[in-house]
Design a protein around this ligand. Structure first.
Ligand code: 5GP
Ligand code: ZN
Length: 135
């Protein structure tokens, strides 16, 4: 899809803080995170909603969801992990390319569904990416 934001990110036409990539999936930090380490895992196959993602593509992306969740847990030492996937504007979907939100959660901290304030600067996200990747 030529004008899809996440397809452009996958193709490298729009920069992202990449966490993981394989043949089926691309994972990168959300620029407006609900929690520290909020990461999006997207199938490389373009489908606007879960209903139109071929089952074999879903099967291709889910190992990356688990792998990235494990990486975030290990590197950020979070206590829990939220997995969220929205379909349709009424559900809160704003980008029409299937994506899985992974949001690290911590004991004693609010597990809200709103963006952190202030929005982290690019430098902060770059440092977080390096921390997650163990650089
Ligand atoms: P949705 O509400 O569709 O489930 O989630 C879309 C997510 O994409 C939001 O959490 C939003 O912050 C994130 N997002 C939107 N534009 C960009 C972008 O250009 N780069 C990155 N990394 N994330 C984005
Ligand atoms: Zn797309």
């Amino acid at each position: 899809m030529d004008d899809c934001l996440f397809c452009k990110i996958i193709r490298g036409e729009i920069p992202s803080f990449k966490i993981f990539e394989d043949d089926h999936a691309y994972a990168f930090l959300d620029i407006n995170p609900f929690g520290r380490g909020h990461t999006l895992v997207v199938p490389k196959f373009h489908a606007d909603q879960l209903f139109r993602l071929p089952p074999e593509e879903l099967a291709g992306v889910m190992p990356a969801v688990q792998r990235v969740a494990t990486l975030l847990r290990n590197r950020l030492r979070c206590d829990g992990m939220a997995l969220m996937q929205l379909n349709g504007a009424c559900a809160g979907q704003t980008v029409n390319h299937v994506h899985f939100h992974l949001i690290p959660r911590y004991e004693g901290q609010p597990a809200g569904w709103q963006p952190l304030a202030p929005v982290p600067a690019a430098q902060e996200l770059a440092a977080l990416r390096d921390e997650i990747l163990g650089r």
